[in-house]
Design a protein around this ligand. Sequence first.
Ligand SMILES: [Zn+2]
Length: 388
Amino acid sequence: MRRKFVVVSVLLVGCAPSSGGEVSTDDFDALLRLRTPPATDIWEVALCRVPADVEAGLFAPFEERLEIDAAEIVDRLGPVSDYFARWSQGEYTIEWRVAAPVDLDSSGDPMSCVDRALDSSADDAHGVLVVADAQHDTDQIGGWGRPGSGCEQPCAAKTSRRAMYVGASDFMPQWGDASPLDLVQHELGHALDWPHSATADGFADGSANDHQVYDSPFDVMSDSAAPRNSDTRRRGAPGVLAVNLHSVGWLGRSEIEFVDPNRHPIDEWHDATRLVSTDSGGGVGSRLMVIPVGDRRFVTVELVAARDDNDHLSSSGVLIHLVEPADNNEGRRNVVLTETLVGQERSWIWNDGRLEFDVGALVEDGNVVATDVRFRRLGSDRVARDDG
Ligand SMILES: [Zn+2]
């Protein structure tokens, strides 16, 4: 079989497995800042009323305003609740509640709406979703989400300031009652403390905002519109990465195969790990393989099944990320190292980490999709580069 050599990025040179020190799952968990949301997460939904004469900038220079109210928006959010119920295996339920509208103040900053909605939120609300009744301009962000701080969950939103904010675009009349929901799903991911993912090139792209290009179709926290881009009838986001499922307690330690490469001699294959797809129900096998590679960095290996939320993918396969510290709010980022294994490739060498991966055939048994993954460390003489 022809092997495909992929040079990930010069930025990653030097993160070969370190030779000293024990690495434990605790280090992985510390990087992820494990944070379990309330089992029933209560979100208030408030409309932010934007004056017709708001200064142009964030908002598009149109006087058109949303004609629906928060109750109608809540009605449309059902698929968001379903999505998170699915990926949490039923451990996480969202309760949307209609709240009173709030007014944008003269600053024109939507934060004024968010602050007003938070200040007037009920004591048992854990977050507020604020939807502006005006559209953002096309060159502006769609919205934002934040997990809040200052108290342990469950915590009152008015204390933690946990919130999401989006412009009106996805609720405009041209969508009928079938609003795209991937943006709200993405911002809720931020409220769960999930970071963005992208390819190494995507993160390195100096022309992009904050050096981030949302170029991964595998992750709600990256190209969230990927399903709709392949089928215009789709409204939801791709699935959730296994590392993020673990960070919120929806993928337990018993489902993680943690393998320290330093315990294996160079060139010797580690015993294959059977991975079941990330959307599998609990208890059927490992859903995540984690390999520490030094400097608080970890390689994660997961099997993505091309079905349901991920049925926009051309085939099921193994996806490999580098999870590493970053100076963003979440303290980490998820870098797509290869998607070549999602498809026909069965072997892949990560030159910068001096690791070779080998993937077995996909096994489908009823609802379970599984494969075997093994890796070995390569000596420096074995690492080939092909920049062509
Ligand atoms: Zn984002």
